[in-house]
Design a protein around this ligand. Structure first.
Ligand code: MN
Length: 239
């Protein structure tokens, strides 16, 4: 059994190197792994399943080809949460709820994007609650495609500016309380998530109970990474 986990590729029209890295990774993993999980923010933004932008063609076609041989699962991130049934059709991937618990021969693993655990960011949590509401999503998707692109460009420019001004602190981190509550709720599986751009392996302890939390590396520039789960457990690798 070999399972790979990736997240936060943030593919966009101006990230051709990351798109190439994604395509070559899919090709090299094809038939060599049993499952691939993409745990959110595969795309820098997703304005709707009807988006016909040229840069989406190659990754979606590669995913469709990959999924013909290997199960491919995708979770929403905080950027691409509008992915829906037609995305599944176009990519061959199956969308997963956040969180999702998987049972493997190497143990139980709880998969999440991670943004729901960043409880200190009250403004973001408010936006998250609003933007996951089906009515809000319907209203957003009813806008013309060009208008949705303009909204996404504006949101992206704001987030780029915050990152330039504040560095990594612009992306909030998982709080200890949120991690412990989620682990307890699911009887202490190993937690795997992305989102924070702070790749690490943490240990959470509460009384007699303990669980690891692995944070997946984000992709940027021309580099990325992935977690591998096999008989020996989890390990982190660079791409
Ligand atoms: Mn994210």
């Amino acid at each position: 059994m070999v399972i790979h986990f990736i997240s936060d590729l943030h593919l966009a029209d101006d990230t051709p190197e990351l798109t190439r890295l994604f395509l070559s990774s899919l090709q090299s993993w094809q038939d060599r792994i049993d499952v691939l999980y993409i745990l959110g923010d595969l795309f820098e933004y997703w304005v709707g399943d009807d988006d016909d932008s040229a840069y989406l063609e190659a990754p979606l076609a590669a995913m469709r080809e990959f999924s013909r041989h290997t199960p491919l699962y995708v979770m929403h991130g905080n950027r691409d949460f509008l992915m829906g049934p037609d995305f599944e059709e176009r990519s061959g991937a199956t969308l997963l709820p956040d969180p999702t618990l998987i049972d493997t021969t190497a143990g139980r693993f709880l998969l999440s994007h991670g943004d729901a655990l960043c409880r200190d960011d009250a403004a973001y949590q408010q936006f998250r609650a609003m933007s996951r509401n089906p009515d809000w999503q319907r209203a957003m998707l009813a806008r013309p495609l060009a208008e949705r692109h303009a909204i996404a460009r504006q949101a992206r420019a704001q987030s780029e500016m915050a990152k330039r001004q504040h560095g990594l602190t612009a992306i909030s981190d998982v709080t200890e309380d949120a991690a412990l509550a989620l682990l307890a709720e699911h009887d202490w599986p190993t937690l795997i998530h992305g989102h924070t751009h702070r790749p690490a392996r943490h240990l959470h302890v509460a009384g007699e109970r303990r669980a690891e939390r692995w944070v997946i590396q984000d992709w940027h520039g021309s580099a990325g990474g992935y977690l591998r789960l096999d008989e020996n457990g989890l390990s982190a690798h660079a791409l």
